[in-house]
Design a protein around this ligand. Structure first.
Ligand code: FAD
Length: 465
């Protein structure tokens, strides 16, 4: 029987970070992974999707380059080469994780773990069963995509994000069920690669829960590029004939039938806990099956922790990693806890969306007498020089104290701009702090300073409201 202080189940961005931090703190760590180190994010999520999104953007820009005076002809995509490059990026990062684990003396056991007892794991490996006695166990098993009744994954016509990352060409007609972050990233990407896109969303707006003004910019751009968007609509059936599908959609205007070469089902995810014996152990879960923990990431069973997606939304890689660090530090006896104010979020649509803190609607619901200001990228020098003038920065703040409650950004570079916002909110910065901080020119983050200047009542590059 193997023995350790901490056994981490799952080697994703939550689990491997937890394992490294625990080992740094002098604990003996074993990491169990049934598939590939790096988990969903490195292998099937953030990294491969952003690789393809980058190239789709470059492809579109190159085709449109004539308006900048750049003459380019015969632009085409070699999908085999593109997939090889993308796989290379993933492999490089995964081997980086392997080296980091090795360098930190984390033992990796490849196999599928189940928790037999509070302190004992049984791992099914390629060559049999391995038992691990662990003083502490960290569950970091992530989530899997869900299906809807009558619409099941078949791996070729009705596909999940995994298959959508492996296509050897843009489907002619691509229907996406679910207008959340993952669905819209694929919609924007394949639209630029040449697909005709249809999006079906059950709720009344795309990116449900997002700021409606922000979402409008993304939807408008999708529609300008030719997408058909059905809101408050539901797919009732998908019938397949050979390599094509006919999708029946119930819309507020009646039933519509749409043909599709591929159907991406991205309607949400559920925790991957089936193999873990949680109820046998008495580990508490919520109504959706996510593992419940306290702020130290400890579950209802002492010595068993849970981190990352398996703990529930927001399902984000950086949240998983941070929770992994908290769990490792708590196990090592440090006074660590989930005490952050904001978890920034980025969506790699085109234009990009990023948010930290409260939207105006959420601030009102929480009882704040908040105000908001916007600064448009169309008024920003750097945005013009990049030919990326769509969108705005919106700051939600308290007029009396100047406290920043939240910022939403839609536009180019939104993903790179939101970290400053997260730092500002975590540090309790006010509108004045942001407005008084000199931002280099010409850059996209100047838009945040300009918005703060507007909130402070002294806008320079836009007229007083
Ligand atoms: P996972 O990464 O899911 O890792 C769990 C690991 O546990 C897996 O490797 C699995 O094989 C292993 N495992 C499960 N059960 C067992 C068992 N019984 N025994 C052993 N091993 C087991 N997030 C972002 O922040 N930014 C993005 O841009 C982004 N893009 C995304 C794009 C797509 C298409 C998808 C699908 C997701 C994206 N995400 C993004 C979400 C991100 O991938 C997750 O938030 C992140 O992977 C969660 O990490 P985790 O460690 O909690 O779980």
């Amino acid at each position: 029987m193997l023995e350790c202080d901490v056994a981490v189940v799952g080697g994703g961005t939550g689990g491997y970070v937890c394992a490294i931090r625990a080992a740094q703190l002098g604990l003996k760590v074993i990491l169990v992974e049934k598939d590939r180190l790096g988990g969903e994010c490195l292998n099937y999520g953030c990294i491969p999707s952003k690789s393809l999104i980058t190239i789709s953007k470059l492809y579109e820009k190159t085709r449109d380059a004539e308006k900048f005076g750049l003459k380019v002809s015969g632009v085409s995509i070699d999908y085999d080469e593109l997939q090889r490059w993308k796989a290379g990026v993933v492999t490089k990062l995964v081997s980086g994780v392997e080296s980091l684990l090795k360098g930190n003396h984390v033992a990796v056991v490849p196999g599928q773990a189940t928790i037999a007892e509070r302190n004992r794991l049984v791992v099914t490996t390629g060559s049999g069963k391995e038992e691990i006695a662990a003083k502490n166990i960290v569950i970091a098993t992530g989530t899997h995509p869900i299906q809807i009744p009558g619409v099941e994954f078949d791996g070729s016509v009705v596909i999940s994000s995994r298959e959508a990352l492996e296509l050897r060409g843009a489907p002619g007609d691509f229907l996406i069920i679910g207008g959340g972050a993952i669905g819209l990233e694929f919609a924007c990407m394949y639209q630029k690669l040449g697909s005709r896109i249809t999006i079906v969303e059950l709720m009344e707006q795309l990116l449900p829960g997002g700021d409606p003004e922000v979402v409008r910019v993304v939807q408008r751009k999708l529609e300008e590029r030719g997408a058909k968007v059905y809101l408050k609509s539901k797919v009732s059936s998908v019938s397949k004939g050979g390599t094509k599908a006919t999708v029946e959609i119930e819309t507020p205007q009646g039933r519509v039938s749409v043909g599709a070469d591929k159907v991406l089902l991205s309607v949400g995810r559920a925790p991957r806990v089936e193999d873990l014996n949680l109820s046998g152990l008495g580990v508490g879960t919520d109504q959706r099956g996510y593992v419940v923990t306290d702020k130290r990431m400890m579950t209802s069973v002492s010595g068993i922790y849970a981190i990352g997606d398996v703990r529930g939304p927001p399902l984000l890689a950086h949240k998983a990693s941070k929770e992994g660090i908290v769990a490792a530090e708590c196990i090592a006896g440090l006074p660590s806890a989930a005490d952050w104010t904001v978890i920034p979020e980025t969506i790699f649509t085109d234009p990009e969306v990023a948010s930290a803190g409260l939207t105006a609607d959420r601030a009102a619901q929480a009882g704040f007498q908040a105000k908001s200001v916007r600064f448009p990228f169309a008024a920003l020098g750097r945005a013009l020089t990049a030919g990326e003038t769509e969108g705005f920065v919106k700051v939600v703040y308290l007029p009396d104290s100047g406290s920043v409650l939240g910022v939403q950004i839609v536009g180019s570079e939104a993903s790179n701009m939101i970290s400053e916002v997260a730092l500002a909110i975590e540090m309790g910065a006010t509108i004045e702090d942001i407005a008084q901080t000199i931002h280099p020119h010409p850059t996209f983050p100047e838009a945040l300073m300009e918005a703060a200047e507007s909130a402070a009542g002294r806008p320079i590059h836009q007229l007083r409201l």
